[in-house]
Design a protein around this ligand. Structure first.
Ligand code: SF4
Ligand code: ZN
Length: 710
């Protein structure tokens, strides 16, 4: 019987042979200067770029890289050889996959296959990874013993919020069983061929490049980062061929344990290569091997509850009932009450239950969560309420969008058939609010109302509450508060990054406002959000305070000691990588271009979102580039030191529409500009600097007359 060494070597040779064959086929059809690129990434062929620093962009360069890959296949029969051969195998796999993308081909536009994940998708994972909402990744290779078991294993990982990638026969197994797949449900069928596994490694190494600011080509640095910070695992179903063994060696050298039922005494490696003959125990064994701790929420409802279901989509034809705030009165509201007014865990339904409506009915719906606690503050009401979206979305078979009195909730037929009813919405909200905010919520009760007249009356009351809250939010400015907060949640991935969160500058992920940070600090005083007193003003225009600098120095462990909250040019705030938008200066127009993660097209900087995003990150200051949240765009503090929002010369159309009302109000109030967004370019106007400047001159954009930025 072959030893582990022999199988790794044989498998890596086979993978290299296939890569050479793919290259020959490509060479027969294309010239050396034909482009080779995965879509929407600034990291070339990420596995190869991360390990070598080589930027492969065409067929000729792809052929050349084979020399390095073969140099990794040393054969001294030392442990070192199987690890480098394993990484070489992953890179050879990437070459085979890259051959499919030569000359702009789109090999994976056949649902459900995914192939390459974009940089935007990797960045989207930033926040859930640091909060533990995604505690890890797993890639399942091969076919499970039965379709039923394949689904059970996948669901088990999903309910533990583990992000699942599929390679090989298991893709057909879950498809046959009608399981929804896609990046949104954290279940991504990569491809049928084993080499598609390189797309998973690509995600892991890009985490190191994007969030960790590891230098491309720092071979050991990348491996150290993935080992310490990327909780990934591999499950390989028998029969496991030599190439899979070689890929497994690659996984292990990145720090990812491999669990398999292919029994062979020769190849057990403690904590790394684990034989588990019982495939129904793969989940348990894998979590143990990678030492993954899970956040558990026990919610008493008849369907699954997990983060993996947050992005699930329920189509009209699959829905049992719908609460549609644009057609019917609907709302959700948190109210603070006195302790005696609240009966803990009381769930009340007023009005008919879901059974009493016709299939497909549009219903009225109000969910009122009343909380009481000695430390509860009314300021926290909106913080809890904004979380309802995620709380309700995590129910399998229920979809939620919007907030306040503009919500839409769809309950699927399958959730209904499993027994999901109105009071279960109450159960979920109770469990989550109590679970997450127990430091301030002593008692919590939920009332679900479907009676149309009662909901209409409640909506009137709720709007008064919302108006009061808005007035309070408007009164919260950087000037009116005497403290800011740090957020260092992203340090799990970006070790020296610190966000300073102020009323007018939310965290760059868009998920942490000043009120959120305040609540987080109250709930967990030694946690990621620490108070920063607004003392020792150095320069109010730049947004510099001594206490802010001290906090940044302390929480970046000395990596940084000086930041300006209101400048993009002078000591700007750092970025981790999970920012919603990236802003960069556009020299020809003397302004800035902002692009959000969702926009995949070109910008007038000659760079896409991914390329602009790669200019900054990993907790490093990069004058001229700044990651930020969407809400910061209309802030009076946006680039205040350089002339504020007047500098914005280009935004993707969809983003512009989203921020228009607030941005126009800010431009009017600060600079007397009417209808400012009509002066800002977008992709329908220009995607290059010349056309943009022409447009800006035509409309008399204010940036053209401001002081030079550089
Ligand atoms: Fe990360 Fe900053 Fe968001 Fe905190 S506020 S989660 S540090 S991006
Ligand atoms: Zn981040």
């Amino acid at each position: 019987m072959a030893t582990l060494f022999e199988r790794v070597f044989k498998g890596s040779d086979e993978m290299v042979e296939r890569a050479v064959k793919s290259l020959e086929e490509v060479s027969a059809r294309y010239s050396d200067d034909t482009a080779v690129a995965f879509p929407d990434t600034a990291y070339y062929l990420p596995c190869i770029y991360a390990m070598t620093g080589e930027k492969v962009t065409n067929v000729g360069e792809l052929k050349n890289i084979m020399g390095w890959i073969q140099s990794q296949m040393t054969r001294e029969k030392k442990t070192h050889d199987i690890f480098t051969s394993g990484i070489g195998t992953a890179c050879a796999a990437e070459v085979i996959e890259a051959c499919k993308y030569v000359d702009g081909q789109t090999p994976y536009d056949h649902a459900p296959l995914w192939g390459h994940c974009t940089d935007a998708e990797v960045r989207e994972l930033g926040v859930p990874l640091v909060t533990g909402d995604i505690p890890g990744f797993v890639v399942l290779i091969g076919s499970a013993p039965s379709d039923e078991e394949a689904v059970a294993t996948v669901k088990s990982y999903q309910t533990k919020s583990i992000f699942v990638f599929l390679v090989g026969g298991i893709i057909d197994q879950v498809t046959r069983m009608g399981v929804q797949t896609g990046f949104n449900v954290r279940l991504v069928p990569e491809g049928y061929d084993l080499w598609a596994v390189s797309h998973v490694i690509s995600v892991a190494v890009r985490a190191a490049l994007i969030f960790g600011a590891i230098t491309p080509g720092d071979y050991d640095g990348i491996r150290e980062y993935t080992f310490k910070r990327v909780n990934a695992m591999v499950n390989a179903y028998e029969p496991v061929d030599d190439m899979t063994v070689a890929c497994g060696a690659g996984a292990i050298s990145y720090g990812f344990p491999v669990v398999t039922n292919d029994d062979n005494d020769m190849w057990r490696v403690p904590m790394s290569l684990i034989v588990q003959p019982d495939t129904t125990k793969f989940v348990e064994t894998s979590l143990e091997a990678r030492r993954i701790k899970l956040k558990v929420t026990n919610v008493d409802i008849p369907v699954n509850y997990a983060n993996a279901f947050e992005g699930e989509i329920i189509r009209r034809g699959d829905m049992q009932i719908e609460a549609d705030g644009s057609r019917k009165d609907c709302l959700e509201l948190v109210r603070t009450r006195e302790l005696p007014e609240v009966e803990d865990h009381k769930i009340t339904l007023i009005g008919p239950d879901f059974d009493e409506f016709e299939v497909g009915a549009k219903i009225n719906l109000a969910t009122i969560v009343e909380v009481a606690g000695k430390k509860m503050q009314t300021d926290f009401e909106s913080v809890f309420e904004r979380k309802f979206h995620a709380y309700i979305n995590c129910i399998e078979g229920v979809m939620h969008t919007g907030q306040r009195d503009m919500i839409r909730i769809r309950v699927s037929k399958s959730a209904y058939e499993a027994g999901f009813r109105a009071k279960h919405l109450g159960e979920v909200l109770y469990a989550k609010v109590k679970g997450e905010f127990d430091a301030v919520v002593d008692k919590c009760q939920v009332t679900v109302v479907t009676d149309p007249e009662k909901v209409t009356a409640l909506r009137k009351e709720a709007n008064e509450v919302f108006d009061k809250r808005d007035a309070r939010l408007l009164s919260l400015t950087d000037e009116t508060v005497d403290q800011f907060y740090t957020c260092i949640m992203c340090q799990a991935f970006s070790p020296s990054h610190v966000c300073i969160v102020t009323p007018e500058r939310l965290g760059l992920c868009g998920a942490v406002s000043w009120l959120d940070a305040k609540a987080t600090n109250e709930l967990d005083p030694s946690g990621p959000c620490q108070v920063v007193p607004k003392t020792g003003v150095i320069d109010e225009n730049l947004g510099k305070w001594e206490a802010v600098n001290e906090a940044v120095a302390k929480y970046s462990q000395g990596a940084l000691d000086n930041i300006s909250l209101y400048s993009i040019m002078e000591d700007p705030m750092t970025s981790c990588g999970c920012f919603e938008c990236i802003c960069g200066i556009e020299p020809f127009s003397n302004g800035v271009v902002i692009v959000n993660r969702e926009h995949t097209g070109m910008t007038p900087l000659g760079m896409t979102f991914s390329e602009m995003a790669s200019m900054t990150g990993g907790g490093v200051q990069t004058p001229g580039f700044m990651g930020h949240g969407k809400h910061f765009i209309a802030s009076k503090k946006f680039m205040k030191a350089e002339g504020g929002v007047q500098r914005i010369v280009w935004l993707p159309k969809a983003l512009k529409d989203q921020v228009a009302d607030k941005l126009n109000a800010t431009a009017k109030e600060l600079y007397g500009i009417e209808d400012f967004t009509s002066m800002i370019g977008d992709e329908t106007v220009a995607e290059d600097p010349e056309t943009l400047v022409e447009f800006l001159s035509g409309v008399g954009h204010p940036a053209l007359g401001l002081d030079p930025l550089m």
